[in-house]
Design a protein around this ligand. Structure first.
Ligand code: NAP
Length: 299
């Protein structure tokens, strides 16, 4: 389940082990990585590679060895007996083993105006929506790699990009911090949170609060990009697979879940690394273990 780096790496290994893997794509073919404009830290691409392009390469390579792609999203699973059942709107899939590579989705700020103005100035994807903010004033919220990387991407279009972060220190890697600080279009508002998104048909302004002084201000902006982390897409496995308090599927060092024959990998099971290369590696590991699991059964 899942068509990001995890799903297609698992499918590649499973296909080469002649296990006839079927990849259920989920809503986003290629996963979150496909929404990234350039990936500069996936080994083998010294000049970087487009996220969507890398996703297509993953898919092509897995399909070359016999993996089948189903453009389908699962809405429920039954892991109580084998074969495991995965239900989508169109079809029920039966599987001897299941590899969960459902990834994660962006966290929301959960403030007034966010839902109403999503797609009307509020966005979670710079690659998808950056173009709409040509010569506009954009705010980015967050202090991690995503926020700084995407802020730098938006400078291609926007007249200015203001990064609002709730602390003074950034989680983002030093190289991204350096690039952002040096960029003439980027500025920062620190120790500050957005408390409300204001606008009727489109975003007009943000209500800000300085967390140190308590001062509240109104900040006019055309766009707000929110990059404050992710939550794992594991809701449909609730009560069937063991999870952490944050919803990450618990796996051992062989990618095994509490249900024999069900494996989980990538961001659905990984709160620590969350890189394209680590997700791909975990997907491959899960498929190797799934192969061993089936082999042990047939002995
Ligand atoms: P992240 O590293 O978890 O950073 C989330 C940021 O959002 C933090 O700065 C956090 O502030 C802030 N935040 C969280 N909740 C907030 C809230 N309610 N209001 C305001 N701010 C809030 O998430 P990420 O940037 O998406 O990165 C996720 C993972 O992907 C990381 O492991 C990262 O290294 C990786 N990644 C790597 C690259 C790359 O290598 N090029 C690119 C993108 C992502 P605090 O710092 O105060 O907690």
């Amino acid at each position: 389940m899942g068509s990001g780096p995890t799903g297609y790496s698992a499918a590649l290994y499973a296909a080469r082990a002649e296990l006839q893997p079927v990849v259920l794509t989920g809503m986003q073919l290629g996963g979150q990585a496909a929404l990234t404009y350039t990936i500069e830290n996936y080994p083998g691409f010294p000049d970087g590679v487009g996220g969507a392009q890398l996703g297509e390469l993953f898919q092509k390579q897995a399909e070359h060895f016999g993996a089948v792609t189903e453009f389908s999203s699962a809405h429920s699973v039954d892991l109580s007996q084998r074969p495991f059942k995965v239900k989508s709107d169109d079809e029920d899939y039966l599987a001897d083993t299941l590899i969960v590579g459902t990834g994660a989705s962006p966290t929301h700020l959960n403030i007034s105006g966010e839902v109403e103005l999503t797609g009307r100035g509020v966005s979670y994807c710079a690659t998808c929506d950056g173009w709409f903010f040509k010569d506009k004033k954009v705010v980015v919220v967050g202090g991690g790699d995503s926020a700084l990387e995407e802020a730098l991407f938006i400078t291609r279009y926007a007249s200015s990009v203001t990064i609002i972060h709730r602390r003074e220190e950034f989680r983002a890697s030093p190289i991204l911090q350096h690039r952002a600080r040096e960029h003439p279009k980027v500025d920062f508002i620190l120790n500050t949170i957005v408390t409300e998104i204001v606008g009727t048909d489109k975003l007009e302004a943000l209500k800000l609060k300085n967390v140190k002084t308590g001062d509240e201000t109104i900040y006019e902006a055309d766009g707000l990009f929110i990059f404050i982390g992710h939550i794992p897409n594991t809701q449909i496995f609730k009560d069937q697979l063991e999870m952490s308090d944050l919803g990450y599927i618990k796996v051992n060092d062989k990618m095994e879940t509490n249900v024999p024959g069900v494996f989980a990998a990538g961001e659905a099971a990984d709160p620590h690394f969350r890189q394209v290369v680590t997700s791909a590696g975990m997907g491959a590991a899960a498929a190797i273990q799934a192969t061993r699991f089936l082999e042990a059964e047939s002995e």
